[in-house]
Structures are given as structure tokens and as C-alpha cells.
Design a protein around this ligand. Structure first.
Ligand code: ZN
Length: 335
């Protein structure tokens, strides 16, 4: 991995005050030989202290975090801050402006491209900039996701388990301070593995929490408010927003992803008729839905069952389903 980024910015991360600017990602095309893609960035700094990196738009079709961070960028003034807050409300901006999970420039799924490549595709270059420039400046990163077009999701905060018990308990405490109704601990093996922003942050020793705050490419006002309040509560706890007025956190039910069996995948293509909803408590063997054949009623209907007991954290939003699509994910209470 080349170490020198080709992305630049006029924002001076060491200057006190509030700066609105952009990262400039060089992208040369037929109609723009020396063109750049602007990625909005806001830096709010007041003296020395820890840095919080706040990210949304890692996936372009997940909206609660994008709106929440834009609101915080307008609201927070430098005198509110002790240390530094760097906000990126539309990190994969080509995906955000296209309303898509992935970038239309290279079909890049940013949260599967870490640690990135300085001379790679636009999406790889963004991942590399976060890895090499932004994460090393940060004490904590909050990466705000939602279910996007393909999933409905319960509002939850997520962390990766760590080999260090101290780091894991610090992260569980941050989840409780964030205050989503559900908190999920995962070893990361079923989703993006080592290719996510949070995995890279963890490898660099930066505290990382992520969220899921709604889904179906809609905007939940409850999820948006939780994104804002949860973020402010975490920053207040870390002393970065020492005097921020914010409501106390609600109770978080701490849960765990219990291996690959927690995920259910469509065995065949078809029209998915769900028999479970997010928030349902299910038992192993329970019917979770049906896949109706696309080729006519003389073809068999396929029933899908829950492989384990647990809470339905998310389920597929579109009815049209291909073999291998994830239909739902279960969470189990942490011990
Ligand atoms: Zn996402």
C-alpha cells in the first residue's frame, strides 16, 4: 500500500476555530482532465485535547447519520469544544450524491475497502486517506450507518470485540452512553471482516463504535435524533463537548452476534414473504418466511426457518430476492 495520499484539503486541522471545507480527490475524466471530487469536511477545534472523528455516508443510501452530522456541524461552535471534532457527513460522496450504497465511479463499497490504496480507485483512495491521515489524529471514531436500501434495522449501536478485555469494556461503556435501545458485540467475522473502517480503527488503537439507525433508504426521525444525541453524549463523556446540554441515555440491551448461524440467507431466488419483523423474539426452528417462485404456481414455495433463538435485528427490505441474499440477522443476549 503506497503511503502518500493524493487527496488534499485547504482545511488546516491544527487551526483553532470552525472550518467548512472539502477533501479534494483527483478524478480525471473526458470532460474534466484536472477534475476533483469534493468530499465535505468540517473541522472544529479549540486548543489541545482528544480528537473525535464523526463519519456518515460511508454507505450513500443510509440517511440518519448524514442529516445528524450536518445538523451538528451547523450547531457546534469552537467555544463548545475542548480538543477537536472532524465531521465527514458524506464520506463516500460519489455514493451519497448517487443515492447508492456503493460508488457509481468504481462500484466501490467503501466499508469493504479498508485500509485502502493511495493510488487505487476513488473509493480505495478515500479509505486510504481515512486510514493514513484521519484515524492517526483521532481518539475515537463514530461511524453512523443504517440499513440502506436492502435492510430494515432496529436502532442499535455496534462494537467489535477485542482481545483486550479493557478495550471491550470501554467500548461497552461507550455503547451504553450512546444510548441506543440495543447494543451489539460482534467479532466482525460475518460482515466486512478486516475490510471495514471500524476494523482498521481498532487495529490502529482508535476506539470505534458504529450504528444501525433505521433502513429501507428512508429517514427515521427517531434514528436521526439518536444519532445526534448519542454522538453528543459520547463526546461529552470524553470531555470534547464538556458542557453540551443533552438528554440522558436510555437503557441499552447488550447483545451479541452468535456466529454465522445468526444470519439467514435465501436458499433460492424468489419473492420473500416475511413472517417475522424486526424486534420479534424468535425460537430456533420457527418459520421466518417464504420464498415464492417467480416461475409460476406449479413450482414449490420454499419455507425459511430460524437456525437459532434470538431477537430479529434486521430483515431484508425488498421482496425480490436472489439466492444468497441475507434475509435476516438475529442477536442473542450477551452473558
Ligand atoms: Zn452502512
Amino acid at each position: 500500500m503506497a503511503s502518500t495520499t493524493r487527496i488534499w484539503t485547504d482545511v488546516d486541522f491544527d487551526r483553532d476555530g470552525k472550518q467548512f471545507g472539502c477533501l479534494r480527490l483527483p478524478f480525471s475524466t473526458d470532460l474534466s482532465a484536472y477534475g476533483t471530487i469534493p468530499i465535505p469536511i468540517v473541522c472544529i477545534r479549540n486548543g489541545t485535547g482528544p480528537t473525535a472523528l464523526l463519519v456518515a455516508g460511508n454507505h450513500g443510501d443510509e440517511y440518519e447519520g448524514q442529516v445528524a452530522l450536518a445538523k451538528l456541524a451547523r450547531q457546534i461552535e469552537a467555544w463548545d469544544v475542548s480538543g477537536r471534532i472532524i465531521l465527514l457527513p458524506a464520506l463516500n460522496s460519489p455514493a451519497v450524491t448517487a443515492g447508492r450504497r456503493v460508488s457509481p465511479l468504481d462500484e466501490g463499497n467503501l466499508n469493504r475497502m479498508f485500509p485502502g490504496d493511495a493510488n487505487g480507485t476513488p473509493t480505495q483512495m478515500i479509505a486510504h486517506y481515512v486510514t493514513k491521515i484521519l484515524l492517526p489524529m483521532s481518539s475515537i471514531v463514530i461511524d453512523l450507518h443504517s440499513g440502506g436500501r436492502s435492510l430494515h434495522y432496529l436502532p442499535c449501536c455496534m462494537i467489535r470485540s477485542s482481545s483486550s478485555d479493557m478495550e471491550t469494556s470501554k467500548l461497552i461503556e461507550l455503547m451504553q452512553i450512546f444510548g441506543a435501545p440495543y447494543g451489539s458485540i460482534s467479532d466482525g467475522s460475518a460482515g466486512g471482516g478486516a475490510t471495514t473502517l471500524s476494523a482498521t480503527a481498532q487495529a490502529l488503537g482508535v476506539l470505534a463504535i458504529t450504528t444501525e439507525l433505521g433502513g429501507g433508504a428512508s429517514l427515521s426521525s427517531t434514528g436521526e435524533a439518536l444519532a445526534r444525541d448519542g454522538t453528543v453524549r459520547c463526546l461529552k463523556h470524553l470531555g470534547i463537548l464538556p458542557n453540551a446540554p443533552v438528554a440522558p441515555a436510555g437503557t441499552t440491551r447488550i447483545m451479541r452476534v452468535n456466529g454465522k448461524q445468526a444470519f439467514a440467507y435465501a436458499p433460492v431466488r424468489g419473492i420473500f414473504e416475511p413472517m417475522i419483523e424486526i424486534g420479534d423474539e424468535v425460537v430456533a426452528g420457527q418459520c421466518a418466511g417464504f420464498l415464492h417462485p417467480l416461475d409460476g404456481p406449479d413450482q414449490p414455495v420454499t419455507a425459511v426457518h430460524c437456525a437459532q433463538s434470538g431477537l430479529v435485528a434486521c430483515r431484508r427490505a425488498p421482496a425480490f430476492t436472489e439466492a444468497g441474499d441475507c434475509l435476516f440477522k438475529l442477536l442473542s443476549d450477551a452473558d
